[in-house]
Design a protein around this ligand. Structure first.
Ligand SMILES: Cc1cc2nc3c(=O)[nH]c(=O)nc-3n(C[C@H](O)[C@H](O)[C@H](O)COP(=O)(O)OP(=O)(O)OC[C@H]3O[C@@H](n4cnc5c(N)ncnc54)[C@H](O)[C@@H]3O)c2cc1C
Length: 422
């Protein structure tokens, strides 16, 4: 094709949802998705969960059946990479030298996994968990590897640990900080998951840093720590975060800070260019108006819907409440809100029962909840975040009181002064 009305770069959650939402809004123009992945859009969360453990196949993680895209007149250019955006000309250039013009461009490039920079980082057997090809490569190594070293104690590392234990692999998990999930959760949740992983046989080592990957015949066989200890490894898996994939936008002059900057309608500073999902740095009202990127399916989907509406000329702005989930062993964690900047964490329920919630507060207001096997708290707790009410702590932690009864005017509560409501 020479030109499409809406060109979407990235066939992940955001890109797929943008196309779906445009058709749902009755957009009649031409739509194409260019993705450097060879597969049609698929769900990423199972890559560290059911796809890694073998419980779900590739077809079972497709976002839509393969026929959907043609049925909805969404053209897929798979295995193709955009290397340049020519913003004035409204055109992108692909790695093979071809180009496609656009009316509107939606950039949904997500991020690429952060790699190690130490000696041995390029050895075979060092894996990331970002796309199907990554996990297929890891699964191939697991045929012969019985021991896996995971680097990074965030959600992806922990989920991979759980999936690998299901496959009966020996797992060592290395985390540089002194607790798990340190960037995303409070201490109560960190301690809970540490105990769970250890109880499931994962050798978790905190406060350790990786000095080098040891190799034999070009393949990783061990990880050397800063103190000189060498941990044997049949395979190494990295879960140390992503770098937003925005290089072509940046080179085209889009304002970029942490990813690409967007306004509340997900517009970049380039004309007719939007950005959504993991790569989009936006102002979030659930973080007191801080600018940040969210790495979640919710954010990618909701921003995609906003852009579809904006393109259709409907009033829309991104103001969705953030939510997220994680699955490890038989534990389902559901998070709602953003805990950034909390001053107090409250326990609701007893972690020993493996069903409890952690409530994060700032100046008495509920910012976020982490609910472990506690779906009711997750559903009912949202209203506390959106209503911004101040509720007595003893009520929040009293499991006999349903959280949604605390958000309404009938509850015994005081509202924060108007000046505190942003
Ligand atoms: C293992 C794993 C587990 C996760 N678990 C959860 C979870 O439990 N819950 C949750 O809410 N979120 C989870 N996430 C996060 C969630 O998957 C992401 O937030 C979501 O995929 C972001 O969607 P996106 O469209 O912004 O980016 P992506 O889904 O990453 O899609 C971006 C696509 O764009 C392609 N691309 C990039 N640059 C170019 C280019 N120049 N040309 C062509 N194509 C390009 C990329 O290759 C990729 O295919 C998980 C992520 C991973 C990796």
């Amino acid at each position: 094709v020479d030109r499409v009305d809406v060109l979407i770069v990235g066939g992940g959650h955001g890109g797929a949802q943008a196309a779906i939402a445009l058709r749902q809004q009755n957009f009649a123009g031409t739509i194409a998705i260019v993705s450097d992945d060879v597969h049609p859009p698929y769900e990423r969360p199972p890559l560290s969960k059911a796809y890694l453990s073998g419980a779900r196949s590739l077809e079972q993680i497709f976002i839509r059946p393969v026929t959907f895209w043609a049925d909805r007149r969404v053209e897929l250019f798979l295995g193709r990479r955009v290397t340049r955006v020519e913003a004035k000309e409204h055109r992108v250039v692909l790695a093979d030298g071809s180009s496609i013009g656009y009316g509107k461009l939606i950039w949904a490039g997500g991020g690429h996994p952060r790699r190690l920079s130490c000696e041995g980082h390029e050895l075979k057997g060092v894996h990331s968990v970002r796309c199907v090809a990554d996990v297929d490569g890891l699964l191939a190594d697991l045929q012969s590897a019985s021991r896996v070293v995971l680097i990074g104690g965030g959600y992806i590392g922990l989920e991979a640990a759980s999936a690998l234990r299901k496959l009966d692999k020996q797992v060592v998990l290395l985390e540089a900080l002194d607790r798990l999930l340190a960037r995303v959760a409070g201490k109560a949740l960190s301690s809970f998951y540490l105990a769970e992983h250890r109880a499931h046989g994962v050798d978790v080592r905190l406060g350790v840093s990786v000095a080098a990957i040891h190799g034999e015949s070009g393949r990783a066989v061990g990880v050397r720590l800063a103190d000189g200890t060498v941990v044997d490894a049949g395979a190494v898996v990295l879960g140390i975060g992503i770098i937003p994939s925005v290089e072509p936008l940046k080179a085209a002059g889009a304002a970029c800070s942490n990813g690409v900057d967007v306004d509340e309608q997900c517009r970049t500073t380039l004309e007719d260019v939007f950005a959504i999902g993991d790569c989009a740095c936006h102002t979030n009202s659930f973080a007191d108006g801080a600018r940040l990127r969210l790495e979640s399916v919710q954010n990618a989907n909701d921003q995609a819907v906003v852009v579809a509406k904006v393109i259709m000329g409907a009033p829309a702005r991104y103001e969705a409440i953030p939510w997220f989930w994680s699955e490890q062993y038989d534990l389902k964690l559901q998070t709602v809100g953003l805990s950034t900047g909390y001053d107090t964490e409250l326990l609701r329920g007893d972690p020993a029962t493996r069903s409890f919630s952690v409530i994060y507060l700032k100046e008495g207001r509920v910012l976020a909840l982490d609910c472990v096997n506690a779906p009711r708290d997750y559903v009912q707790g949202r209203a506390l975040i959106t209503s911004r009410v101040i509720v007595p702590r003893e009520k929040l932690s009293d499991v006999s009181v349903a959280l949604n009864t605390l958000a309404g005017p009938a509850a015994n509560q005081t509202r924060p002064p108007a000046s505190a409501v942003k």
